[in-house]
Unconditional design. Structure first.
Length: 317
C-alpha cells in the first residue's frame, strides 16, 4: 500500500462500528482526501497520483459505495490516465453492494474489492462479487474474545473461494478510545494497538496455517508507520525539490540560508533567503553567511521543526 495512493472518497457511512478508527474530522462528512491532501475535484487525484508516482490506488472512506457514481468516474479516470496495470482496490462493508453496483465497478476496471462485513447479511455481497471475476478479500477486525466468530468467517471465506483475509489489529484512536475503553480494551501493542488483538490474530492464524487461504495479520504500527512512511518517501523522491534531502522517516530536510551574497549557484532564492541542500552547507562561504536554519517538513508542507544551526552574531560573540 506504500506504493499506492490512498483515496478517501467520503467519510459518510451507513454503519457505526464501536471500533471505527476514522477520525472525528472525517467520519460522517462528505470530504475527500488524496493521501493527506483535502481535495474537491476528481482530477486532484490524478495530480496526487503523479506527485507520488503511484502504482495504483486504494479507495476507502466511510463506505465508498454511498458515492457509487463518484467512485466509478474516478476509477475510469485513473485507468484512462495510468493504464490497465494501475491496480485499484476498494473497501466496503457490502451494505450497498448490489449486483448493479458491483457490475458497474467491475466494468470501470476495479481490480479488487475488500469487504468488511459488519453484519452477517452483508456476506451475500461477497458472493455476488465472486461471480464477477474481480479479486475478493475480507478485512476483519481482530477483536479479542471473538476468535471463534473470526474463524467461522475465515472458514466461510475459504469455502467460497475468497482470495485472502486480512486480520486487522484493533486500533485505539482519539475518536474511539472511550468506546473501546468502556469494553475493557486498552493499548497494549505499539502506539495504538489494542491489548489482546495481536494474540487473537495469532490464534486464528495458527488454526488455519495449513489451510488453502491467504491469511494475513496487519498491525496498526505497520499500517500507520511503515506504509505511511514508505508513501512519504516515495512522494519526496518523485516530486521533491533538488535541495530537499529525504530522511528515513519520510520527511524532507533543507537549509534556509540568509546571506549578504547571491547563493544561487548553491540553491534557490526564496524571499530574502536561499534554500540549499543540507549536504552543501559546508561549502558555503561562511564569512558571508548571516544565519542558517535547518527546516524539516512532511511532503505536504506541514512543518515539523526549524532549528537555527548557525548565526554570525552568535558566532562572533
Ligand atoms: S464500516 Fe468502516 S467507516 Fe463505517 S463505521 Fe464501521 S469501521 Fe467506520
Amino acid at each position: 500500500m506504500g506504493s499506492k495512493m490512498v483515496v478517501f472518497i467520503s467519510g459518510e457511512c451507513g454503519d457505526s462500528c464501536y471500533y471505527c478508527p476514522v477520525s472525528e474530522g472525517r467520519f460522517g462528512k462528505d470530504f475527500a482526501y488524496a493521501n493527506e491532501r483535502k481535495v474537491t475535484e476528481l482530477e486532484d487525484f490524478i495530480y496526487e497520483s503523479y506527485r507520488m508516482n503511484a502504482l495504483g490506488a486504494g479507495i476507502t472512506g466511510g463506505d465508498p459505495l454511498l458515492h457509487l457514481d463518484r467512485v466509478v468516474e474516478l476509477i475510469t479516470l485513473l485507468k484512462d490516465e495510468f493504464g490497465r496495470s494501475y491496480h485499484i482496490h476498494l473497501y466496503t462493508t457490502g451494505r450497498y453492494a448490489s449486483m448493479d453496483a458491483l457490475t458497474e465497478l467491475a466494468k470501470a476496471g476495479l481490480d479488487e474489492i475488500r469487504f468488511h462485513p459488519v453484519k452477517e447479511q452483508y456476506l451475500s455481497a461477497v458472493e455476488r462479487a465472486l461471480r464477477l471475476g474481480i479479486d475478493v478479500g475480507l478485512e476483519l477486525p481482530a477483536i479479542p474474545g471473538e476468535e471463534e466468530r473470526i474463524s467461522q468467517l475465515v472458514n466461510w471465506a475459504r469455502n467460497k473461494g475468497v482470495k485472502f483475509v486480512n486480520l486487522n489489529e484493533l486500533e485505539l484512536t482519539e475518536r474511539n478510545f472511550q468506546s473501546l475503553n468502556s469494553r475493557g480494551f486498552r493499548i497494549g501493542h505499539g502506539l495504538a494497538g489494542v491489548s489482546g488483538s495481536f494474540e487473537a490474530s495469532m490464534r486464528v492464524l495458527e488454526k488455519f496455517h495449513e489451510a488453502e487461504i491467504s491469511l494475513h495479520y496487519c498491525s496498526s504500527v505497520y499500517k500507520d508507520v511503515v506504509e505511511t512512511r514508505t508513501r512519504f518517501i516515495r512522494t519526496l523522491r518523485a516530486s521533491g525539490k533538488p535541495y530537499e534531502e529525504v530522511t528515513g522517516e519520510g520527511t524532507s530536510l533543507r537549509a534556509v540560508v540568509k546571506a549578504s551574497v547571491d547563493l544561487s549557484e548553491f540553491g534557490e532564492r526564496s524571499g530574502d533567503a536561499f534554500v540549499v541542500s543540507p549536504s552543501l552547507v559546508n561549502l558555503l562561504p561562511k564569512e558571508k553567511i548571516d544565519e542558517i536554519w535547518m527546516v524539516e517538513e512532511l511532503p505536504y508542507g506541514q512543518r515539523l521543526s526549524e532549528k537555527l544551526v548557525y548565526s554570525k552574531s552568535k558566532d562572533s560573540q
